[in-house]
Ligand binder design. Sequence first.
Ligand code: PHE
Length: 331
Amino acid sequence: MSSYDDLASQALAEIEQADGIDALDALRPGLFGKKAALTEAKKSLGQLDPEQRKEAGQALNAARQQVEVAFETRRGALAASARTEALEAERMDLTEYLGSASPGHAHIVTQTRDRLEDIFIGMGYSVAEGPEVESAWYNFEALNIPEWHPARGSFDTIFVNLGEPEEVMLRSHTSPVQIRTMENQEPPIYIVCPGRVYRTDTADATHLPAFNQIEGLVVDKDITLGDLAGTINQFVKALLGDDIETRLRPSYFPFTEPSAEFDIRGLDGSWLELGGCGMVHPYTLRACGIDPEVWQGFAFGFGIDRLAVMRYQTDDLREFVNNDIRFLKQF
Ligand code: PHE
């Protein structure tokens, strides 16, 4: 009987030494299988006389049970620590940016847009917005760009497959918002319309197929080209500093007459084209139910993204949409 105890304590020692679930499971045949010492011992019980057999059988069962309990207990403990290890190893550290000094900030283009809005709000304007999917009426026709007009082609419009062909489109400029505002609001009107616009351009250092414009519109009495030039000069200085000069150059837009392009001159003396502007065409005022004999207006529009390039001296528009945190963090 004492040999059962020896068998048991040898088994317990092996169980204790197993340092993982797999090692423990590998012991199973040796402990409980057909050839296991405790199994063999059971077979030899038959050779004992009945009196001894009973006692020996009980002792053997007790030994075997002790080993089984030890095995399952050890297995449970090994499984638990394997699970803890696995959880620890696969743990995801989601605190990487939480602990940093910077909680993040507005995108460089958003900052530029916010700054522009602030400047115009300070000049008495309000901010107007409109849909990014537009009809031909708002994107073209009310702006004096009928179907046959060559300017229609120059906008490289992205059409949406809805309704009549070329009737629904992603707006190719923010000018539709002037139309919507003039349709709904009595003059005097002083608004800026910032927003995303779309053209079929391929992305390169100076173009993006989706970019941001801001358009200004004033409709009031006795508004002249001088008011337009003064306004442009004023906001450019507010945005970029008092040293920056502006100029207007004659140009053409169907919805303004006269039309101009406006440039800014930086500290290095070179002129940079910023956007288009002009006196709102009487056709467009009339299309919105405004009497051009009573009211006059001016409008201007330019790209926010390109302005951000100038303001922050970056060199590739695509950086704005790559969302590389190392780039964005700098601004
Ligand atoms: N909408 C014009 C464009 O995108 C810019 C513009 C706005 C020109 C207002 C004149 C007046 O090209």
